[in-house]
Write a new protein. Structure first.
Length: 605
């Protein structure tokens, strides 16, 4: 089975609006500012003050003040001065974590239009690329983000034929539509027959762009089926309509939008939407809004445990944290410090077709599988050659399943029930994610690009990204395992590990960027002893780079590409560098003279 080609969107008006994510549904309404019923419980919750990004409560299940989605849909159906929108038309959505994002998204869904979620940190070139990749005919942008669009506005309007709507009253340049004026004139409500519903649930519903760490972002096609399945996310992890969910993840990514917003819709929970995550404000927000559930990315939990201890940080109502990417060391520190909070670690990819849940609370596992679970979410783990960058195949050309406790590549079969829709605008990029003839002639599997292992108790543990694992001295080195050892050192607060090329050496040598804990200094001898005791020689980082902070992507993932490109050259790296010196049994400063000895081959690694 290959990647389905993207065609016109077919649909009809539904007999019941509850079968879609259209804005005509009464599922999602914004509560009046200042007093928000908390998950159906009595009383009210005060709004959080604006410092460092506001937190706004959205209530699923009724209430006043949230007609923006319906009115946006009504305005869009008439074209808003830029031609009619309807089923299958792609519309870029550029907004931050604000209610306007949700109303715009659901308003477009009510028309059958395909929203394309755009990152708020995109540069003009990348922004235009994203709009072109999904074939957008219009762009809906928040007022505060309109300056991102202005540098490319003439080319969008004149060359690409894109109509630009702004969620504001203006004034704006000629040709730009001030949506607030249309909203003021639009109908307050949509009739059920006006809300569009697809005929084929595997048609494209929206586009979510995957992080372009090694190139421009790719537009992952998300089906209606996948969107609807996300309605059950919070129910699967043990949340209910009585919960108040704290959401600070970017809405333009799947975790924030489909799992966070749609998940809250599915159970009728209140969503406290934070504009930008603040570790110093988190517990105050939780108390003020009565938060009971926190949706995390692993780095958010690390930020919290690295905060100075404060009185009352165990005095909260948080009972459940659900997310992905939580390292075992942070997991344990989080529970020790903040109390008995149930943690549910999950695994999934925006464009992927496999999902895992660690529902037992075992630190370090991304999921637990069984024969029965694999009937619903099938996957395999196959041997992978890091040097070749491809799965290992036997003499017959078939992939080889790993044994218990052996690290391998996680793959999942592509079937009508577990499809892979691929990326908009590039069949070649879509094909790169597929493996064919894996176990039999004609079969097709999706490659996650993740290396995992499964133990005897059926727990699945993430080991590394295929692009991050490197080979040194004939051995494979998983960056996550090395990072876990390093961050266990008492002086280190944050660590990222990557491989760097060294002239005259095969493979890549290990290098680690470090952030020290407040008040600590780097003890070269002590850190050498730490890694020598806990890591085999081939896994011990050869180089260290001392930084004040680690750069992150918008979804709080560590940026390794630039670090690897800069390598260990003191002339290119502005930070202090250190070299593992086995003779001195310490990490020693790395200056220009020592660097020249290494690249000339006079210094052995």
């Amino acid at each position: 089975m290959g990647v389905p080609k993207e065609g016109p969107q077919r649909g009809r008006a539904p007999p019941c609006p509850s079968r879609g994510l259209g804005a005509g549904s009464p599922w999602l309404r914004r509560q009046p500012r200042g007093s928000v019923p908390a998950g159906g419980a009595g009383g009210s919750v005060p709004a959080v003050p604006a410092g460092g990004g506001r937190a706004r409560a959205l209530r699923a299940g009724g209430g006043g003040g949230g007609a923006g989605g319906e009115r946006a849909a009504g305005a869009g159906a008439g074209g808003g001065g830029g031609g009619e929108l309807g089923p299958g038309v792609a519309v870029g959505l550029l907004a931050g974590n604000e209610p306007g994002f949700v109303w715009g998204w659901l308003g477009l869904a009510a028309l059958g239009a395909r929203a394309a979620f755009l990152g708020t940190a995109l540069r003009p070139k990348a922004l235009r690329h994203c709009l072109r990749a999904c074939g957008a005919r219009a762009l809906l942008v928040a007022h505060d983000l309109f300056p991102m669009v202005e540098p490319i506005l003439p080319s969008l309007q004149e060359e690409d034929g894109i109509v630009v709507w702004v969620l504001g009253a203006g004034p704006y340049p000629p040709g730009v539509v001030a949506l607030q004026e249309l909203l003021d004139e639009a109908s307050e409500e949509l009739e059920p027959e006006d809300v569009w519903q697809p005929e084929d649930m595997n048609d494209t519903c929206l586009y979510i762009f995957t992080s372009g760490t090694t190139g421009l972002p790719k537009a992952a096609r998300i089906s209606h089926l996948k969107s609807i399945m996300c309605l059950s996310f919070y129910e699967l992890v043990g949340a209910s309509s009585h919960d108040v969910v704290y959401l600070a993840l970017p809405l333009y990514h799947m975790a924030g939008s489909l799992l966070g917003i749609v998940g809250c819709i599915g159970i009728g929970a209140t969503c406290v939407l934070k504009e930008k995550f603040s570790a110093s404000q988190f517990w105050d927000d939780c108390r003020a809004e009565g938060v009971t559930v926190f949706q995390y990315i692993g780095e958010l939990c690390r930020y919290l445990v690295n905060q100075p201890q404060r009185p009352g940080e165990r005095q909260h109502g948080l009972r459940l944290a659900v997310g992905s990417g939580l390292r075992p060391d942070v997991w344990r520190r989080f529970l020790e410090r903040f109390g008995a909070i149930r943690i549910v670690e999950t695994y999934g990819l925006t464009e992927g077709n496999v999902t895992l849940f660690n529902y037992t609370g075992t630190p370090g596992a991304v999921g637990r599988s069984s024969f029965i679970y694999k009937l619903f979410s099938p996957f395999e783990i196959v041997r992978y050659d890091v040097a070749e960058g491809a799965p290992v195949r036997d003499k017959a050309g078939r992939c080889i399943r790993v044994g218990t406790g052996e690290t391998g590549l996680l793959i999942a079969p592509v079937t009508p029930r577990t499809p892979f829709l691929g990326y908009a605008g590039s069949q070649e990029l879509s094909e790169q994610k597929l493996l064919r003839g894996v176990f039999a002639e004609g079969d097709t599997y999706f490659s996650t690009g993740d290396l995992v292992e499964q133990d005897a108790a059926q727990f699945v543990r993430f080991r590394d990204r295929t692009g991050d694992t490197y080979r040194w001295k004939g051995e494979n080195v998983a960056t996550t395992e090395v990072a876990e050892v390093l961050v266990a050192h008492e002086a280190l607060q944050e660590v990222t590990v990557y491989g760097v090329s060294v002239p005259g050496h095969e493979g890549r040598a290990g290098m680690a960027a470090l952030v020290l804990r407040p008040g600590c200094r780097l003890d070269g001898a002590g850190l050498y002893q730490h890694v020598a005791e806990l890591l085999p020689p081939y896994a011990q980082p050869r180089f260290l780079r001392l930084q004040e902070r680690l750069e992150m992507t918008a979804t709080f993932k560590q940026q390794k590409v630039r670090l690897a490109q800069e390598g260990f050259d003191p002339a290119r790296v502005p930070d202090p560098l250190f070299l593992l010196d086995e003779a001195a049994r310490a990490y020693v400063p790395l200056g220009p003279a020592l660097w020249e000895d290494i690249v000339a081959g006079r210094r052995r690694l």
